[in-house]
Design a protein around this ligand. Structure first.
Ligand SMILES: *Cc1c(COP(=O)(O)O)cnc(C)c1O
Length: 363
């Protein structure tokens, strides 16, 4: 054998399965499979990206100075404690490489975001999933699963694909119960969708800790998923380590410009949040009315579980796809009886509920 061999753990990775996005025939579809925001990006952000496209002959500002200052201003954070990433995925992937290796454990919740075990294995570490009750992070189970080998704890709050969240008091209790030398990563990809009651995105915990970070993204409420911009707020020592590891020009110029412009268009963000607040309860109710089981969601998607189990969920996914509506099957998450459906435009939601109702009535 002379061919190169991946390090131990790499071939144990279950490759990430993205949401289906086209029917292969070039005709329009209703895409409700990847949690992108219904209203699309701010026109100011698109304009900024186009303008920045004129200057792509130059390397971008590798320090992302303007964007970090805009973020610091918007969220009242120290820009020196922010680092930007090529999507928050890049940052989430870097942390295990920095803090965990063979023999170490990376802890997350049973139905936590699919990237966490991938990032753990890519670093050679061992992913450990703490069981959930009722599709919600169980802080006691997380604490019980932590060991002296736990180096990183990933918490998506709200979580994808369940849509559920835990209150700030529970996040604090998790932090207080974990070993001090385990890094808690609060992944707040959907923070901007969440009503304030009892929720914070985590910046309060990060501000006065040396072992907690928060990650955020421009892919969800800001609708810039295609440009890949995320950011991390953390203690100075973590920021320093990430800067050493990250590629020097990890966020491209059009992406930096668009993100800063998106941040400046707060009205657009408010519109997107209000759209979601109007349609989320409607979708939840109509799905429950059809007999599906839907945990309360705080975000722009719901988890819908079928009374007829995995076969019915598969058949529903196929039926919707035949109607050119794409939702996300959840086999990879170990929820084979569920589909994840994100909030789209009014007419898209009507098409979805009509098609699903026909399916359930025929069942
Ligand atoms: C979508 C998502 C991300 C990743 O977003 P990027 O596009 O990489 O910024 C991270 N965490 C969760 C929970 C997500 O759903």
């Amino acid at each position: 054998m002379t061919a190169p061999t991946p390090r131990p753990g790499i071939l144990d990775i279950e490759p990430y399965v993205p949401g289906k996005s086209d029917a292969g025939d070039g005709r329009p579809v209703i895409k409700l499979s990847s949690n992108e925001s219904a209203l699309g990006p701010s026109p100011l952000a698109v304009e900024a990206a186009k303008r920045a496209a004129e200057t792509v002959v130059r390397y971008p500002d590798g320090a992302a100075t303007d964007l970090r200052e805009a973020l610091g201003g918007r969220w009242t954070l120290d820009p020196a404690r922010i680092v930007c990433g090529n999507g928050s995925d890049e940052l989430l992937e870097m942390l295990p490489r920095i803090y965990a290796g063979p023999g170490d454990e990376v802890l997350y919740s049973q139905y936590g975001f699919a990237l966490y075990p991938i990032a753990a294995r890519a670093a050679g570490a061992t992913p450990v999933a703490a069981p959930e009750a009722d599709f919600r992070t169980d802080v006691d189970a997380m604490l019980a699963a932590a060991t002296e080998r736990t180096r990183i704890v990933f918490l998506a709050n709200p979580n994808n694909p369940t849509g559920s969240r835990i209150p700030a008091s529970e996040v604090r209790r998790l932090r207080e119960g974990l070993p001090d030398d385990a890094l808690l990563v609060i992944d707040s990809a959907y923070a901007e969708f969440v009503g304030r009651d009892g929720y914070t995105a985590g910046e309060d915990l990060v501000r006065d800790s040396d072992n907690t970070v928060m990650t955020r993204t421009f892919s969800k409420i800001y609708s810039l998923a295609g440009l890949r911009v995320g950011w991390l707020y953390g203690p100075a020592d973590v920021i320093d380590a990430v800067h050493r590891v990250r590629p020097p020009f990890n966020v491209n110029g059009p992406a930096l410009a668009a993100a800063a412009a998106a941040l400046g268009d707060e009205e657009h963000v408010v519109r997107a949040r209000e759209h979601n607040e109007r349609l989320l309860p409607r979708l939840t109710q109509s799905l429950r009315g059809m007999g599906l089981s839907v945990p309360d969601s705080a975000v722009n998607f719901v988890l819908a579980r079928f009374p007829g189990g995995p076969d019915q969920a598969k058949a529903a996914e196929t039926h919707l796809a035949a109607n050119r509506i794409f939702v996300r099957g959840l086999d990879a998450y170990g929820i084979p009886d569920g589909l994840r459906i994100n909030i789209g435009l009014d007419r898209e939601m009507e098409a979805l509920t009509d098609a699903l109702r026909r399916f359930m009535e025929a069942a």
